[in-house]
Design a binder for this molecule. Structure first.
Ligand code: NAP
Length: 225
């Protein structure tokens, strides 16, 4: 069975995840930083697309020493399993996600991934293959569920989030809206990809929370099925 999947993102007041150059920027404030660290620590795995790894080089580790200690006391690894959705095994072998912090890493590739790049990645991560050209997200999530992941957090970016919605694989969405305007028609947004065409295909959300946070707001949604 697939895990419970929630997406967490920070976007500008005008709905952008980063700049048109896809450069990571600070959108939310310190309270949101702590909140994200807490939900990360409460997850079994945290997943990003290769676009995010190439743009931001994130480690996706839990930052607070206290939260790390709490996880250890519960018999868990200090950090959740880090998962990269990377059809062609483009994750750089020196990426922070492969080296910062202890714990399991999973790189999900497709059958189209070149074997030599896969072999290199196998030195620092578990490499799993699902899908022919692109990673089959449904199969990947089933696999994560079968290997003990109950709660999986998705950190982005917009292309991966779009596919997860298109495949009906998202349970909750947390959007932190920060007090900046980024602009740019080509800047990433929370769900990029092809986009839905007909209204009947739009995933419907039910509002479960709304609070002010730092100089912005946090909105929590549940996907209606
Ligand atoms: P992304 O969503 O991180 O990764 C997309 C890539 O994943 C695809 O191009 C594809 O490349 C791979 N992939 C493999 N299988 C897939 C599938 N079934 N469906 C979708 N993707 C699949 O990249 P992005 O949209 O370029 O987003 C990166 C940007 O988002 C950066 O600018 C980053 O700073 C920003 N970001 C912002 C936040 C925030 O909260 N503000 C969070 C994260 C990222 P291959 O086919 O080659 O594998």
């Amino acid at each position: 069975m697939r895990p419970f999947v929630f997406v967490n993102l920070a976007m500008s007041a005008d709905g952008k995840l980063s700049t048109r150059e896809r450069r990571q920027v600070k959108i939310s404030g310190p309270s949101d930083f702590r909140r994200v660290d807490e939900i990360k620590a409460g997850s079994d795995a945290i997943m990003v697309g290769i676009g995010t790894v190439l743009a931001d080089d994130p480690s996706l580790t839990v930052k607070s020493e206290e939260l790390c200690a709490q996880r250890r006391s519960e018999g868990k690894e200090e950090h959740p399993i880090r998962v990269v959705v990377d059809s062609h095994a483009r994750t750089p072998p020196d990426a922070d996600i492969l080296h910062k912090g202890v714990g399991r890493r999973v790189i999900a590739v497709s059958e189209a991934a070149p074997e030599e790049r896969v072999s290199l990645l196998r030195e620092s991560a578990e490499v799993v293959t699902f899908g022919r050209e692109h990673v089959d997200l449904s199969a990947l999530l089933e696999y994560m569920g079968d290997t003990g992941v109950k709660r999986l957090m998705v950190e982005g970016g917009g292309t991966l989030i779009w596919s997860l919605f298109a495949d009906d694989l998202v349970d909750e969405l947390y959007t932190c809206i920060g007090n900046v305007v980024i602009g740019g028609k080509d800047a990433p947004t929370p769900a990029d990809g092809e986009g839905f065409i007909t209204e009947k295909d739009f995933p419907r959300l039910s509002l479960t929370g709304l609070e002010s946070l730092d100089e912005g707001v946090l909105i929590c949604w549940k996907v209606i099925r």
